[in-house]
Design a binder for this molecule. Structure first.
Ligand SMILES: [Zn+2]
Length: 336
């Protein structure tokens, strides 16, 4: 699998210690190197600002571009802009559009992340825009226009992606730590989409400490049947490694095994799949996860390099209750 990377993605940088920092990409590149993947630089597209405006209002885009003229600015308590942010965020969008055009399976090792960014920045009821500038996943989906499934396996709900795609018949499926326990506070099962998009927004909240065994049940019982029925032309995976049990920003119980299970289910559809880096803050998990992902795509090897995690009985009981609620909503639109 090709890995798309440019040093430009490291120009988005905080002047102080921040979990979403350029060295995340060093960890990803190291994993890519360990797995023997070819790394290729993206080209900057001339139409990139038109692409950005597929998902964001003009006022927000102008606001961000003004902030990029300063050395450094803060959009909110979580989200910074540096002088290189616009070049980095725009190049990520270019890389996405080229990947959609190419129709091949690829890993976009890009920054800043995007899935919390809504039409005007802060999405839905979130207190901040959670390190995100432009919603690269939603832009990719809107650019393709039809037959796109966005599968978001970052530990946080992709509230921006949901907001932007909510009235579209483009499939959005998100697994995330339960919104009552984690930013951004949305992603409940009854958020199913509206008008033409009704049924195309699928939220699967998971109780804190959910392990690989329970996660595999959510993948098999909900994600796999919906993906098969939707039969996407292309799949965009919002890939955040922060549902790993060793991530410092969340409280889930997955190991890399849980990720590989979800990813192998997606790969079984044999569609072009664009893996887009979102969150993930443990550098070692970023490195090992990237290597495992590439080995799975290239060689079909499901080798996580760590033992799978088991869900505690009390957590599992909560998980089944939550999944039952998900199925109750989803089964109005899909055969499970
Ligand atoms: Zn996240």
């Amino acid at each position: 699998m090709k890995v798309v990377f440019s040093p430009v993605f490291k120009l988005h940088k905080p002047p102080y210690s921040h979990p979403e920092a350029p060295d995340r990409l060093d960890a990803v590149l190291k994993g890519a190197e360990e797995a023997g993947a070819a790394v290729q630089a993206p080209r900057a597209r001339e139409d990139v600002w038109n692409l950005v405006s597929l998902a964001h209002e003009r006022g927000y885009i102008e606001f961000v571009r003004r902030l990029c003229k300063e050395d450094y600015a803060q959009i909110d308590g979580d989200t910074y802009v540096s002088s290189g942010t616009c070049e980095a965020a725009a190049l990520a969008v270019s890389a996405m559009a080229d990947a959609v055009d190419a129709g091949e399976t690829v890993l976009l090792a890009v920054r800043p992340p995007g899935h919390h960014a809504g039409f005007v920045g802060r999405a839905l009821t979130a207190p901040t825009q959670g390190f995100c500038i432009f919603n690269t996943a939603a832009i990719g989906a809107l650019y393709k226009g039809e037959g796109v499934a966005v599968v978001d396996i970052d530990v946080h709900h992709g509230n921006g992606t949901q907001e932007i795609l909510y009235d579209k018949d483009l499939l959005y499926i998100s697994t995330h730590q339960h919104p009552a326990t984690l930013y951004p506070g949305t992603g409940y099962p009854d958020e199913v989409g509206t008008s033409k998009g009704e049924g195309f927004n699928v939220n699967i909240p998971l109780p804190p400490l959910t392990g690989d065994d329970a996660y595999a049940e959510a993948v098999e019982e909900v994600i796999e049947p919906i993906l098969r029925q939707y039969d996407p032309k292309i799949i965009i995976v919002s890939l955040g490694w922060d549902a790993h049990r060793d991530d410092p920003l969340a409280n889930m119980g997955l190991t890399i095994n849980g990720y590989l299970r979800a990813i192998s289910t997606i790969l079984k559809l044999q569609k072009p799949t664009i893996f887009l880096l979102e969150g993930g803050y443990n550098r070692d998990v970023l490195r090992r996860g990237t290597a495992a992902l590439i080995r799975l795509v290239d060689k079909g090897e499901e080798a996580a390099g760590e033992a799978p995690s088991k869900t505690d009985a009390k957590v599992y009981e909560r998980f089944r209750r939550e999944l039952g609620e998900v199925k109750r909503h989803v089964s109005k639109h899909w055969r499970l």
